[in-house]
Each structure stands twice: as C-alpha cells, then as structure tokens.
Design a protein around this ligand. Structure first.
Ligand code: HEM
Length: 217
C-alpha cells in the first residue's frame, strides 16, 4: 500500500505542476499536452510515454485496492471493534494520527476513485463535456471551470484527495520505517505530510478557481 501510494503521489506532484501551465495560456498548455504525447519519439511510439505512465498508474491502483482488502481482512480478524482506539498510544492521549483524515481513508478513497473515473471522462476522453467539447486540452479545462458546479465538484474531490494524502503520506513513510516517534507532535513526519499535502491540494485548486474568477492568462 505504501509503495503504490508513493508512486501515485509522485504522479500527483508532476501532474499538479504540469497543470500550472494553464497560466501560461492556450498555446503553451496545448503545446505541453502535445509534447506529453510525442516525448521520447522516435525511440518511443506516439503516446509511448503516456502509455507507460498509464500502465504504471493502473498497476499502482490495483495493488493499492488489493492492499485495502488484505489489510481490512487482517484488521477484522484481529478482532478490531469499529473505530475503537485506532492510532492510540498511552503516551499520547489524543492518539497518533487520530484525525478526521485517518478515519475517512476508506470512504475518502472511494470518493477519489469515483473522481478519477469522472475526471478521465471529462478531461481525457471528453465524453463528459461541461461547457462544450473541444480538441484543445486548454479549452476543455477552461470550458469546464467556467461552470460553478464543476468547480465545486473538483474542489470537493481535491479536499478528499488532500485528506487522503495527509494521513496516507504519514502512514506510507511509517510503514517504510521512517517514523521514529510515538508522539504525534514530535513526529516530523506529520509536518512533512502536511506540507506535501498542502502543496498538492492548493496547487491543484489554483487552476479551477483562477479560471472561475477570470484570473488565468
Ligand atoms: C483541478 C485539478 C486537476 C486538473 C485541472 C487536471 C487536469 C487534467 C487534464 C487537462 C488531463 C488531460 C491531459 C491530456 O490528455 O493531455 C488530465 C488527465 C489525468 N488526470 Fe488530472 N487534473 C486534475 C486533478 C487530478 C487528480 C487529483 C488526479 C488523481 C487523483 C488526476 C489524475 C489524472 C489522470 C490519471 C489523467 C489521465 C492521464 C492519461 O492517461 O492521459 N488529475 N488531468
């Protein structure tokens, strides 16, 4: 779960950064989208890199969901009572990671999964085209984010992504042996998780809100 999660976080950082190209205008954004498809040519075929990324992401999602099932079963077998004293330590009465984020990992994960399906139909295939379909990736983005309910839907989804990452980053690094503290306050990982989460969530929220408020290039 940790490794597949970190692979997806790597993708999110790159994707968020790439989306900020929208502030450079239509030509720059469309050129960037085109470049993603021709990258590595002629060593790779057209869309070669994109397909490598797609296969890696799909594998990461499958592994991640499989890990959910395995851990869920293991947790139930261990006799866990629903919600009881999870992430609790005697040293820290409020508990380590006893937060809204950690208690919503399963439902939040499902919201993120539903968002990914909607998002692909919207901005990749353009089968769902709020504000009008277009061959231009820039226009797809701008047409969509001029509509208030699309911005609200994306904002809710980005908050779900943010909560998932906040606990997920902490948890992944803990699984991989980086957590040296049983105390929530002392744990540097909490700070790191919050910073990475804020960078990704706020970075993703910038294009929709800037477009909606008419502040883009
Ligand atoms: C407001 C935030 C976001 C914006 C504006 C945005 C924008 C886009 C755009 C324009 C594309 C199409 C790129 C192209 O075909 O050239 C795309 C594809 C994609 N996005 Fe996002 N995205 C956002 C958030 C997210 C999030 C949070 C995730 C994951 C949880 C995500 C996952 C993906 C995936 C998997 C693809 C498909 C890549 C492919 O296989 O072609 N996006 N996004």
């Amino acid at each position: 779960m940790a490794v597949s999660g970190l692979i997806m976080i790597g993708y999110l950082l790159l994707h968020m950064y790439g989306n900020l190209k929208v502030f450079a205008g239509k030509e720059a954004f469309d050129e960037y989208a085109h470049h993603l498809r021709t990258f590595g040519e002629p060593m790779l075929p057209y869309e070669g890199l994109l397909w490598i990324v797609r296969v890696v992401l799909l594998a990461a999602i499958i592994v991640h969901v499989y890990a959910v099932v395995v851990l869920w079963r293991r947790n139930r077998k261990a006799g866990a009572v629903r919600g009881a004293r999870r992430y609790y330590s005697k040293k820290n009465r409020t508990g380590i990671q006893r937060s809204y984020a950690s208690f919503t990992m399963r439902w939040g994960g499902l919201v993120v999964l539903a968002f990914i399906v909607y998002h692909l139909l919207h901005l990749t295939t353009n089968d769902i085209a709020p504000g009008g379909a277009s061959d231009s990736p820039y226009e797809r983005v701008v047409n969509g984010f001029e509509i208030w309910y699309v911005v609200v839907a994306y904002t809710i989804a980005m908050l779900a992504v943010g909560f998932h990452l906040w606990h997920g980053i902490w948890s992944a690094l803990t699984t991989l042996g980086q957590n040296r503290s049983s105390n929530r306050i002392d744990s540097r990982l909490t700070g790191l998780a919050v910073v990475v989460t804020l960078v990704i969530t706020l970075g993703f929220l910038m294009p929709p809100w800037a477009i909606f408020l008419g502040l883009e290039a």
